[in-house]
Design a protein around this ligand. Sequence first.
Ligand SMILES: *Cc1c(COP(=O)(O)O)cnc(C)c1O
Length: 339
Amino acid sequence: MNIEWEKLGFEFMPTRSNIRFHYANGAWDEGKLCNDYNVTMSVAANVLHYGQAIFEGLKAFRCKDGKIRVFRPEENGKRMCDSAKRLMMPEFPVENFVEAVKRVVADNADYVPPYGTGGSLYIRPVMFGTSPQIGVNASFEYEFVIMVMPVGAYYKGGIKPVDAMVERKYDRAAPHGTGTIKAAGNYAASLLPYHTAKHEYHCPISLFLDPATHTYVDEFNTSNFLAVTKDGKYVTSLSDSILPSVTNKSLMQVAQDLGMPAERRKIKLEEVYEFAEIAACGTAVVLTPVGRLLDNGKFFDFGLTEIGPQLKKLYDRLTGIQYGEVEDTHNWMVEVPEK
Ligand SMILES: *Cc1c(COP(=O)(O)O)cnc(C)c1O
């Protein structure tokens, strides 16, 4: 193994093992660590036709004291159960989810980037229906796999604000659809809007509006929307078609810990132009500040060339907790004992 930690990006890389569980006859098996990255299933497998597939994303960190800790795995375990229920897939119990994460991270401990490199071990659980069938029904067999891979600091040379575009042509999710769960199909549907925004308008992220009225701000392609108001309040969207981000929930708590009032409420698009700082948030990057917002051919400039001062405070505090530099007062970090 010869990894150049400083050069890591956010890309797939096989590691020593992934962990796999199989569901059949109404129960999950004990699971096993596996070196192979391939799966064998029928071309009639449910997932290939009817799309029973859900996933998660979380991270493990090599902390300042040398220990490995995972950030809030129960939250991802709970969210995966919610996703499973919505797609009629079997729930994988939260305690078992956390145990499985610890097992696969421990087996790949030497792939966790060293403290100080800005990297982390990205953990990607995925579950899909495998039984061969042609009628539209829930699968009766499932595979649940957790793979892990080292990833680098997302922003080398500091966080820079990006351009975002208000998406006017496509919706990310339907009202009362599957926008609140991490279903694979949502991401297939987002590829064309993503590609168009990026290549035609040079905006790496798109801001989606509520699909029923197109009046309120929902979220970005793969990250939640958050803002700091001119009077120093944290605000984030309330909507029944967005994915409940663990990062957003955590940043909201961190804001309150720092004495910044925080609220989740409906946000009209016009209001966005009144905010001091706006950003996208998610596990992969924590925070991506938005410097300019494009809507109907016109850019609105928030006038920031660097991450804004309020968002910077939130970012530093949360990443400080993750790397064990700031006291973890909410017990978010789960230690992974090494073998
Ligand atoms: C995964 C995801 C997020 C971010 O969630 P985190 O738990 O913070 O990683 C936000 N929006 C969408 C659509 C997502 O898929």
